[in-house]
Design a protein around this ligand. Structure first.
Ligand code: SAM
Length: 206
C-alpha cells in the first residue's frame, strides 16, 4: 500500500458496506451553507467517500468538485452519486501537487491536511486562498499535536499542526469561526481514540 494511503480508510473505501466516517455531512457545512448560492463553485479537498460533497450536491449545489488521493475513495463516491442520481465532479489528485484551474466560492477540507507535510499544506492553503472569490469561504479542519496522533494514523499524520497555526494563515481574512478542541473517535476495526483538532471558517474580504 502506498505510504500516502491510510490502511483503515482504504479498507473502508474498498468495502461497499462499510462507512468510513458517516453518511451525514459535517455540522459546519450545514451551518455555513447559507452563505452559498446554488451556482457557487465548491471544492472538497480530500473528500474520501464524500459525505460533504455528496450532501452539497444533493442540496442542489450544481458545481461541486471533490478530489482525494485515494482511487478507492473516489470510486466509492462515484458509485454513491450514481446510486443516488446525484451529479458532481469527483477525481483523484494529490493536494501537494494540486494546481487550481479556476476560482472557488467555497473550499473545504476535513481531516486531510495533516496527512501531508506542514510546508505542503501551508503552500496548498496559500494557493487555495489565491483561487477563492472575494467573499468566498474556506472551511478547513485538521489535527494538531496537542494530543499525540492515534496509532492508526500516526505513521501517516506527518503534518500535524501546532494549535492556532492554521488560524495564522488567515490573519488577512475575516474569521467567522475558529475552534480548538479534542474529540473521541472510532472507526471500523479501530478502537476508540482521541484527536486534537483545529477548525476554521474564514471569508476572503479583499
Ligand atoms: C480522514 S479522511 C477524511 C475524508 C473526508 N474529508 C471526510 O470528512 O469524510 C482523510 C482523507 O484524506 C485523503 N488524503 C490523504 N492524503 C492526501 C493527499 N495528499 N491529497 C488528497 N487527499 C489525501 C485520504 O485518502 C482520506 O480520504
Amino acid at each position: 500500500m502506498s505510504k500516502n494511503l491510510v490502511p483503515f480508510l482504504e479498507n473502508a473505501y474498498q468495502d461497499e458496506n462499510a462507512i468510513a466516517f458517516s453518511l451525514e455531512p459535517n455540522a459546519t457545512v450545514k451551518e455555513f451553507e447559507h452563505l452559498l448560492g446554488k451556482q457557487s463553485e465548491i471544492i472538497d479537498v480530500g473528500c474520501g467517500e464524500g459525505q460533504n460533497a455528496l450532501y452539497l450536491a444533493k442540496q442542489g449545489y450544481c458545481n461541486v468538485d471533490a478530489f482525494d488521493i485515494s482511487e478507492h475513495g473516489i470510486a466509492k463516491l462515484r458509485q454513491r452519486c450514481e446510486r443516488e442520481g446525484v451529479q458532481l465532479n469527483a477525481f483523484t489528485a494529490d493536494l501537494k501537487m494540486f494546481s487550481f484551474e479556476q476560482q472557488y466560492d467555497m473550499i473545504l477540507s476535513f481531516g486531510t491536511l495533516h496527512f501531508v507535510p506542514k510546508a505542503d499544506w501551508k503552500a496548498f492553503i496559500n494557493r487555495a486562498k489565491a483561487h477563492t472569490t472575494i467573499g468566498g469561504i474556506h472551511i478547513m479542519q485538521l489535527f494538531t499535536d496537542t494530543v499525540p496522533a492515534s496509532e492508526d494514523i500516526a505513521p501517516f499524520a506527518v503534518g500535524l499542526a501546532k494549535d492556532g497555526e492554521l488560524k495564522e494563515l488567515y490573519n488577512d481574512w475575516e474569521i467567522l469561526q475558529f475552534k480548538s478542541y479534542t474529540f473521541e473517535d472510532e472507526h471500523p476495526g479501530v478502537p476508540k481514540h482521541l484527536h486534537a483538532s483545529n477548525k476554521i471558517v474564514a471569508r476572503r474580504t479583499l
